[in-house]
Design a protein around this ligand. Sequence first.
Ligand code: G3P
Ligand code: MG
Length: 249
Amino acid sequence: MKKLTGQGALAAVIAHRGASGDAPENTVAALSLAADHGASCVEIDVSISSDHIPFVHHDDSLERCTNGTGLLNEHTAEALDALDASKGIEAYAGEPLPRLSKVIDLLSSRSVGLNLEIKPFEGLEAETVEAICSMIESQWPSHLPLVFSSFSRLSLELAHKRLPSVARGLLVEELPDDWADLVERYDCCNVHCDGAKLNKEQTQSLVKHDLGVYCYTVNDIEKAQKLLSFGVHGIFTDYPQLMLASLPA
Ligand code: G3P
Ligand code: MG
């Protein structure tokens, strides 16, 4: 396995939404468990409340992951703070929907690197990028790995302008034909894509281009091994403990 170093480098095993196979996704509990399991990097999804406070949450709507209803960005931060994000798992009852600031505190204290996926509501790209970047600027410890990624091209562009020093990953499902133009346009050092849709030739082209290549969401050991044998630098998994125990260090 080729270990990537320098800007954009994350880890061979990245805990996707924390150790989300074993704890409620995108919560401090799941991120803390990922650190307990030995993960050196995690991935989270971030959008903003109605008063523009960044929260760690995947979906637009609150129903799947919390006891709230409606869209996340219809609620103030104070209202979101009152939600339970334990998904009805008794062991995690009362686990809050976390603010990004709380997650940064945890990752700093555990020395865990971060792939922060910017998940803006449509039309709120500028507000979302601004809220995230100003928090990162004031709170993120510069010695820990940090990569922004987004399916939203506008968000990548805005993040590049606002905080160019933070590495960016072009986030796609399938590798588009114009990937080389896109990584140049958004000044990306990584490509993050669906592991089920990437082949060996594509991986080799990306690696030849000096790009970091990371694949989501890989929960099967053989699939992870296959991707790593292509030259992929790392995988996002819901089961970091299993992957760390099964893949070469
Ligand atoms: O960032 C990798 C992966 O998380 C992208 O897809 O939908 O799980 O956020 P999604
Ligand atoms: Mg994500």
